[in-house]
Design a protein around this ligand. Structure first.
Ligand SMILES: Cc1cc2nc3c(=O)[nH]c(=O)nc-3n(C[C@H](O)[C@H](O)[C@H](O)COP(=O)(O)OP(=O)(O)OC[C@H]3O[C@@H](n4cnc5c(N)ncnc54)[C@H](O)[C@@H]3O)c2cc1C
Length: 587
């Protein structure tokens, strides 16, 4: 009798998809927001809106490139810096869902404020929250909750952006004082101009092999004195940016800056893990900000389209405008479903949600950009005028596709992290095929299916019957996806790491699968709650979204086999060689 292990599947919804497994226990029922959470968040949202109206002049902040320090203090007094900090340390102890909802509210009101708040708790203090000792938490979290300390996350360097593990900042241990001495330059640090608590990543030099050098990286809490200074910590001038003009972004330079050894966060040599896990947890809330921004754009576009007449007709009634509104709305519904399904997983204590968070960030930030663009287009010439909000929204939202992991790097991550387990299990399949009798008793579910031949697809059984065709479609393409990935892995072996044309396609199929799963789960819950008739609008959205997702998935999956990748490389190579466009008609 064989034993089927399903550990990997149960721990990560999307990693399980790589193995052709749909883990319905992580999908259904769609997470319910408890009534008391709704009440708390509604009250805090109202308080935040009032604070924003009275204190945050977004136009002036954008114009002056400065976020007033008394407003930072006011945000602290309001409790905006303690949302994610447990109550025992003086914070509000918000769930992931509650924090996402607040970022949804805060982002569209003033994007610079959302960076002050997000830079502080989505990333700045996260290392301490996730990896700090009880003593470290007791020492700093109460002040971080009130804003007496404001946090920043210092990872990026001039030569180490996407390849963060190549950072050069050093932390050399001085046994005479039991301190580390920091040297190096950190680049584009949000809140850098006024933060008083920095999570700094630096290398403790060792004799490690080059391939193991990420194991030298450590994370340190660098805390300034009351007046914001610290010997050896130098703040560079504020960067002049395209958007988020009020948020503070500057270099932080360390010149023999001494940090007590007790300020190391996480284990020695585990700093890179601290950085990666911090960023993994922060990404879902960036998706939530995109939900808020998208809702605002849909409201603005609707207002304009229903009021503006051309050809004696409301422009809202033209089909091309309807199409834009429907597309913006259905995709925003899908994003909202992805964000709150992911937040629900976090709140259930599921620890591996890194792929789900990456999907929320990539889909959300690209959707927000496109929704602002669509709303601007609906506004016509007005959309181009600075007195309207679209220009600033475009400028402010552009960075979302770059920071907290660029969308290219996150697509890579979605694929390589998903394939990693698969690669390990393929080895298991190969071993099992060599000595079948010895191995088959303890195979993973993936290996079982694989040995049988093709990965048969699981079904989405718990979707409401009215959406059965959509559920079948997702089950079918989840199977096609898993088989396609498996084929690629067998074909390319270790070289798969370099096949980025394929990664992009796989990541986009994964995002579409997740978006459909989240949408179908949410609509199923809506039907259960209010009945089919009252949920008719949401059923239409699910049908619309799944229909269009199918076309994208089919395109991407077909292109894994049949493509013009050779020509793509050749075209790019010729351009690189010429140093630009080589085909000027007039040359
Ligand atoms: C306003 C702002 C605020 C920021 N805040 C912080 C902060 O608080 N803390 C912090 O530590 N950092 C922060 N950053 C830095 C940010 O995280 C980095 O800019 C980001 O990680 C990208 O690094 P890079 O700019 O060096 O781009 P690069 O890594 O040089 O990338 C350039 C381009 O190449 C692409 N690319 C790179 N590698 C690959 C690959 N393997 N495959 C395909 N494409 C690839 C990238 O996607 C990108 O499009 C901030 C940046 C800005 C602009």
């Amino acid at each position: 009798m064989s034993t089927v292990k399903t550990e990997t599947e149960v721990h990560s919804l999307l990693k399980a998809l790589y193995q052709g497994h749909i883990e319905e226990s992580l999908i259904f029922p769609f997470p319910e927001i408890p009534a008391d959470t709704k009440e708390t968040v509604a009250a805090f949202s109202d308080a935040y809106r009032d604070f924003d109206a009275a204190n945050i002049d977004s136009e002036k902040i954008d114009h002056d490139h400065f976020f007033p320090r008394e407003v930072v203090k006011g945000l602290g007094d309001l409790g905006a810096f303690g949302m994610t900090i447990p109550e025992e340390y003086g914070g509000s102890g918000f769930s992931a869902a509650a924090y996402c909802k607040m970022m949804e509210v805060i982002g569209p009101l003033d994007a610079s404020a959302s960076i002050v708040i997000g830079g502080h708790q989505s990333i700045g203090l996260k290392p301490l929250l996730l990896f700090g000792t009880a003593e470290q938490k007791k020492k700093w979290l109460p002040d971080l909750a009130t804003g007496r300390l404001v946090a920043a996350f210092a990872l990026t360097e001039p030569e180490a952006g996407s390849d963060a593990a190549s950072l050069k900042a050093t932390a050399v241990y001085d046994p005479t004082t039991n301190e580390y001495v920091l040297n190096g330059t950190k680049q584009w640090i949000s809140n850098g101009g006024f933060a008083s608590f920095f999570s700094v990543f630096a290398r403790v030099p060792s004799a490690a092999k080059e391939s193991d050098q990420h194991k030298e990286i450590c994370c340190f809490a660098v805390v300034t004195k009351e007046d914001g200074t610290l010997p050896g910590l130098i703040r560079g001038p504020e960067e002049k940016k395209l958007g988020l003009c009020g948020s503070s972004t500057c270099q932080i330079i360390f010149e023999n800056c001494r940090v007590p050894a007790s300020h190391m966060i996480g284990e020695k040599g585990h700093g890179f893990k601290v950085a990666v896990e911090t960023l993994n947890t922060g990404r879902t809330s960036l998706g939530a900000g995109a939900v808020g921004g998208s809702k605002m754009m849909i409201a603005l576009a609707t207002q304009h389209a229903t009021q503006r007449k051309q050809f004696k007709t409301r422009i809202a009634d033209f089909e091309m405008i309807r199409h834009k509104i429907a597309r913006m709305t259905a995709k925003t519904y899908a994003l909202e479903s992805m964000v709150y399904l992911t937040a629900g997983l976090i709140d259930r204590g599921i620890t591996d949600y890194s792929l789900e968070g990456a999907c929320c960030k990539v889909f959300g930030t690209e959707l927000l950009w496109s929704n602002i663009n669509e709303a601007l287009q609906i506004a016509g010439g007005n959309g181009f005028m600075n007195e309207y909000p679209y220009g600033r929204a475009l400028r402010d939202s552009r960075i979302n596709m770059i920071f907290e992991g660029t969308n290219e790097i996150l697509r890579l991550y979605m694929v390589l992290a998903g394939m990693k387990d698969l690669g390990d299990q393929l080895k298991e399949v190969q071993t099992a095929l060599k000595s079948p009798l010895a191995q088959r008793g303890v195979l993973t579910e993936y290996a079982h299916k694989r040995i049988k031949g093709v990965l048969t697809h699981d079904k989405l059984e718990r979707v409401h019957p009215v959406l059965a065709p959509e559920a079948d479609q997702v089950g079918h393409y989840a199977g096609v996806f898993a088989n396609a990935v498996d084929t690629l892995l067998r074909k390319h072996g270790k070289k798969i790491v370099d096949r980025e044309y394929q990664h992009e396609r796989i990541a986009d199929v994964l995002i579409d699968l997740f978006a459909q799963i989240a949408t179908l789960s949410r609509v199923t819950s809506s039907i259960a709650k209010k009945g089919e008739e009252a949920a008719a609008g949401e059923i239409e959205i699910a049908r619309w979204f799944c229909f269009h997702a199918k076309h994208r998935m089919v395109g991407n999956l077909k292109a894994l086999e049949k493509n013009r990748d050779r020509e793509t490389s050749a075209i790019a190579d010729r351009v690189y060689e010429a140093g630009g466009y080589p085909y000027d008609l007039w040359a």
